[in-house]
Design a protein around this ligand. Sequence first.
Ligand code: GLN
Length: 310
Amino acid sequence: MQMTSGPTDYQELLHTAMAAAERTAGQGRVADYIPALATADPNAFGMALATVDGDLHGVGDWEQSFSVQSVSKLFSLALVLTHREHQLWRGVGREPSGNPFNSLVQLEKENGIPRNPFINAGALVVTDRLQSLTGDAAGAVRDFLRQESGNPLLDTDPVVAASEAEHGHRNAALAHFIASHGNLENPVETVLDRYYAQCSIAASCRDLALAGRFLARHGLRADGSRLMPGSDAKRINAVLLTCGAYDAAGEFAFRVGLPGKSGVGGGIVAILPGRAAVCAWGPSLDKVGNSVAAVAALDAFTTASGWSVF
Ligand code: GLN
């Protein structure tokens, strides 16, 4: 990884990033296809950075909880891969989809095998496998986030989960279609319930930067134990880079130059391998569903620091 000279002033870098986020005020729209998300303050912004050495920095609303949504998909994937007996890659691919995250079109042509684990179809398969492996997929994600962040209060927001379920026709269609191809091990209702519970976890930038740090530490958890081999952490980072920002993964790589996962709650977790995990959050989304402020902040952060994986 490229380094700047002189001592690192993380706090100053975060302020530079926040200033870039503030310049996007008025752009984008808060997600409202899940009605419970529509109440988020479009002007909120926070950003946190957790270094591999254990330092933690934050600016703005970095300790305020928001709906993690698709950011949860990074953690459910990681947890499936920790089970030696998983056969996940038989049921889900590793190619960018180039389609909206909730699209149905590719599934038909590709026989119910979703393109990658981060589009909704792929994440439903991941949740299904995690459910088989643990008995409670959303509980496994929640417990992992609690342990890594040290925040015992982190939990699913039942109002958001209910709102997702009530307006979840596309996800239900995806799950039934995947099941029709024999690519779900659990009942569709169970998979959808656990998927909504996982997406509806409320967590802060602080919590998510700490929880994502294992990917910057090549698979080591907060307590120093090994979650996964470094080669699996590398693979997750690779899929994050190519597929983590929906059909704007190329644009995200172009602007930010880091592996990252976004969610329609407005959060983005990005990884600086060997150095830190960062999480930026702002609820207003661009047309693809990525946070306008968080992308601008991460862009400014990597531009000012010179850090990227390239
Ligand atoms: N729970 C959301 C959904 O299924 C997650 C989407 C997202 O964050 N991209 O539509």
